[in-house]
Design a protein around this ligand. Structure first.
Ligand SMILES: Nc1ncnc2c1ncn2[C@@H]1O[C@H](COP(=O)(O)OP(=O)(O)OP(=O)(O)O)[C@@H](O)[C@H]1O
Length: 251
C-alpha cells in the first residue's frame, strides 16, 4: 500500500486543560474521500485543525504524505468552516481565488498566464466563471463558499480539507460543489471533509468517520441516517442538534 496522505495515530488534543480528542487514529489514503461526521461539539473541526497543525497535539502523532515534520503546505488546500466575508475587503471573486496561488508563486511575483488560467479553471469548476469580476460581498453565502473552494482548487492541491463546505449552502451551490469535487477526485485528488449532511456529496464519499465525544465511534461505509432524519422531506435546520447525543447517524 502506498504512503497514506494523512495518518493520525492516537491523537490527543485539548484546549487549555480540557481534552477534546481522546486518542483518535485515522488514515486517509490517496484517492479517498473521507467524511467526518458527528454531533455539534464532538471534535470534528478540532480533528481537522490538528491535522493541519493549527492546534497542537498533546499526545500521539500526525504524518502528512508520510512526513511527521511536514512542510509542503502547498500540497494541501484548506477551506475553513466560516468565510468571514464580513471582513470588508472589497476583493473580486477572481482576486480571492487568485490569492490561493500566492503561497505557491511568492507574493512579489506578478501572476503568470498559467495562474490566470488556473483561476479561470477553478471558477469554471464551481460554476462561478461569470461572476469573476464581481465583489465577493455581492455573492450569496453559498456562492462565497464556492469561491473559497475555487481558491483552494486553484492551488492544484493533492489533498483538499473542507470544514462543513455545504453548511448553509443552497441546493444549486451544493450540486455545483459536488460536481467540482467529483472532478477533483477523478483527477487524482484526495479529500477530507467535515459534514453534518452529505446531501449530493454522498455518492463521492468512500469512507465515513463518526466522531462522538472526542472519540471515533464508527469508521467505514456511509451509515444510514437514523430516525426521522431519514424522511425524504426532513428539513434539517439543527435547532434540536443538542438532543442528538450521537448525531444524526445514530452511532
Ligand atoms: N479555540 C478553542 N478554544 C477552546 N475550546 C474550543 C476551541 N475550539 C473548539 N473548542 C471546544 O472543543 C469542542 C469541540 O469543538 P469542535 O469545533 O472541534 O467540534 P465540532 O464537532 O467541529 O462542532 P460543530 O459541528 O459545532 O462545528 C467543543 O466543546 C468546543 O467548544
Amino acid at each position: 500500500m502506498s504512503t497514506p496522505v494523512v495518518e493520525v495515530t492516537n491523537a490527543v488534543v485539548g484546549y487549555d486543560e480540557r481534552i477534546v480528542l481522546r486518542g483518535v487514529s485515522l488514515t486517509v489514503q490517496r484517492g479517498d474521500v473521507v467524511a467526518i461526521l458527528g454531533a455539534n461539539g464532538s471534535g470534528k473541526s478540532t480533528l481537522v485543525r490538528s491535522i493541519l497543525r493549527l492546534v497542537p497535539l498533546s499526545a500521539g502523532e500526525i504524518a502528512l504524505f508520510g512526513e511527521r515534520k511536514f512542510k509542503g503546505w502547498e500540497r494541501i488546500g484548506y477551506v475553513p468552516q466560516r468565510i468571514g466575508a464580513g471582513s470588508g475587503v472589497p476583493a473580486t471573486v477572481a482576486e480571492v481565488v487568485g490569492s490561493g496561488l500566492v503561497a505557491r508563486r511568492g507574493i512579489f511575483r506578478p501572476p503568470r498566464a498559467a495562474d490566470r488560467a488556473a483561476v479561470t479553471a477553478a471558477l469554471e469548476a464551481v460554476g462561478l466563471a461569470d461572476r469573476a469580476a464581481d465583489p465577493v460581498a455581492s455573492l450569496s453565502g453559498g456562492q462565497q463558499q464556492r469561491t473559497l473552494i475555487a481558491r483552494a482548487l486553484a492551488g492544484r492541491p493533492e489533498l483538499l480539507v473542507l470544514d462543513e463546505p455545504t453548511a448553509g449552502v443552497d441546493a444549486t451551490s451544493q450540486a455545483a460543489f459536488a460536481g467540482a469535487l467529483g472532478d477533483f477526485v477523478a483527477g487524482g485528488g484526495t479529500v477530507l471533509l467535515v459534514a453534518h449532511e452529505l446531501g449530493p456529496l454522498q455518492p463521492l464519499i468512500t469512507r465515513c468517520v463518526v466522531v462522538h465525544h472526542g472519540e471515533i465511534a464508527h469508521q467505514g461505509a456511509v451509515p444510514e441516517p437514523a430516525g426521522h432524519h431519514a424522511d425524504p422531506g426532513h428539513d434539517h435546520v439543527h435547532p434540536h442538534a443538542h438532543e442528538e447525543r450521537a448525531g444524526m447517524w445514530g452511532a
